[in-house]
Write a protein that binds this ligand. Structure first.
Ligand SMILES: *[C@@H]1O[C@H](CO)[C@@H](O)[C@H](O)[C@H]1NC(C)=O
Ligand SMILES: *[C@@H]1O[C@H](CO)[C@@H](O)[C@H](O)[C@H]1NC(C)=O
Ligand SMILES: *[C@@H]1O[C@H](CO)[C@@H](O)[C@H](O)[C@H]1NC(C)=O
Ligand SMILES: *[C@@H]1O[C@H](CO)[C@@H](O)[C@H](O)[C@H]1NC(C)=O
Ligand SMILES: *[C@H]1O[C@H](CO)[C@@H](O)[C@H](O)[C@H]1NC(C)=O
Length: 401
């Protein structure tokens, strides 16, 4: 087999781009670049392994070392024909941003038609779904991008320790804008992907079944938690802090609603997606990737808050929720339907793309259009501090970094 890894290493040393040696004539090469149809984004080894040793394709056919990838996961993996590739970012926002940047701006790839498929596990809001479910997001919200004061130092006027940047109280829209608070992806593509995933038979476990049964106890509010795993369209929160419990769960539900002007529907919580999306936004702004070709799927491994009668600490630290294994298995069961759906429908639908009917992008309108959340493009830019000359009157500047 052609050793692409060796070739790439020598090309990098020579400061050259990928040569005609790997430039086969198939559709997964454009010119001399690798042009995968689907790029799977995994965050850590168990999520990555869900795609290995499967009958549909062999992702470990090519291991391509690229400087800038995680020291734990130094290779991008691709199938023999380069139609499907996988990167493993490492966990949390910094790792996700750095790895995706390395790939998105690498001269080895042509990613202009590539579908980025974020496929990881996540915490789940028992109001919206249960463990083992596969969720597909439209909004990704960086919920902890806020001030935080320990609740013990706050008065009774505060329901949570998080306060939006530039605001005085938790329920006020932030007035200091960083630009990564909210990302919105292609809702039409999300629906297609979720419909593909609905063909899957999802895994479950005995432990997950008995744990979720406890949620039946609560006034019907957690009915979704008690049902069998399913495919749900609802949004993902990103936070480096692995938060848990009723108060933070509710606080970040509120933050999601606030940041998305009421449209966002918080159901899953993970540590990377906004970072990944920020990179793809920057790459898309330079036409290196297409922001309309992103799917964010999170399968639910654990509840983000306890059932009534037990503590938050018990739910997070001590209970056997039983969702980890089925969540990993369902990355494959739900995810393979999405990947196969895109490959099979390539010529008819996916090569030309699925036109978004919703706004896609960030709070600044970087990719064009008017965001359906946030204060509007010019106000957001002003509140970002991007303009040197601006009136600071009536506006306190509290900012670090
Ligand atoms: C790629 O790396 C994996 C281990 O991460 C290994 O199992 C596989 O054999 C490698 N593939 C090639 C073509 O060397
Ligand atoms: C979330 O918002 C509701 C409605 O405004 C409010 O009653 C509740 O205290 C908030 N929860 C937290 C934890 O901030
Ligand atoms: C139901 O809730 C009550 C009060 O919140 C609690 O004492 C009880 O243990 C719960 N039962 C189950 C089966 O979780
Ligand atoms: C979102 O809500 C904020 C705060 O209420 C408001 O200033 C802004 O105009 C709203 N944006 C949109 C697009 O509705
Ligand atoms: C992540 O992006 C989503 C939209 O894609 C947005 O709703 C969410 O606020 C962002 N969260 C973080 C922590 O960046």
């Amino acid at each position: 087999m052609l050793s692409l890894q060796k070739l790439v290493t020598s090309l990098l040393l020579a400061g050259s781009t990928l040569s005609a040696q790997v430039a086969a004539k198939d559709s997964s090469h454009h010119g001399d670049k690798i042009a995968p149809k689907v790029f799977i984004v995994s965050m850590f080894e168990p999520e990555a392994q869900a795609w290995w040793n499967i009958p549909e394709f062999v992702l470990l056919s090519h291991n391509i070392t690229i400087p800038g990838l995680s020291p734990l996961y130094p290779d991008v993996h691709c199938t023999k024909d380069y139609e499907v590739c996988q990167m493993i970012t490492g966990e949390s926002e910094i790792n996700a941003a750095t790895t995706v940047t390395t790939v998105a701006f690498s001269p080895l790839f042509d990613l202009t038609k590539t579908y980025f498929f974020v496929a990881g596990i996540a915490g789940i809001n028992p109001k919206r779904a249960t463990t083992g479910s596969a969720t597909f997001a439209r909004y990704a919200v960086q919920v902890a991008l806020q001030y935080e004061i320990d609740i013990r130092e706050l008065s009774a006027a505060y329901s949570t320790s998080y306060i939006p940047l530039g605001a005085d109280f938790p329920d006020q829209y932030p007035t200091s804008i960083y630009g990564t608070e909210v990302f919105e992806v292609n809702a039409a593509l999300r629906t297609i992907a979720a419909d593909f995933a609905r063909k899957a038979k999802l895994s479950d476990s005995t432990a997950a079944k008995s744990y979720r049964a406890h949620y039946a106890n609560a006034s019907g509010e957690y009915k979704a938690a008690t049902l069998a795993p399913s495919v749900v369209e609802c949004d993902v929160a990103t936070s480096d802090v692995y938060y848990s419990g009723n108060i933070l769960g509710t606080a970040f539900e509120n933050t999601t609603k606030l940041f998305t002007n009421g449209t966002g529907d918080y159901c899953s919580t993970a540590q990377e997606d906004n970072a990944t999306l920020e990179v793809l936004l920057r790459a898309s702004a330079h036409k290196l990737t297409d922001f309309a070709r992103i799917i964010v799927m999170r399968t639910a491994s654990d509840f983000d808050r306890p059932y009534p009668g037990v503590s938050a600490a018990y739910n997070l630290l001590f209970a056997d929720q039983g969702g980890f294994e089925p969540a990993l298995e369902n990355i494959y069961h739900a995810g393979i339907e999405v990947v196969q759906g895109i490959l099979k429908g390539w010529d008819e639908t996916f090569a030309k793309g699925v036109k978004p009917t919703n706004y896609i992008g960030d709070i600044f309108g970087t990719l064009g259009g008017q965001p359906d959340f946030g204060p509007g493009t010019s106000q957001a830019l002003e509140e970002s501090g991007a303009f040197k000359k601006r009136s600071m009157e009536g506006r306190r500047l509290r900012r670090r970094g």
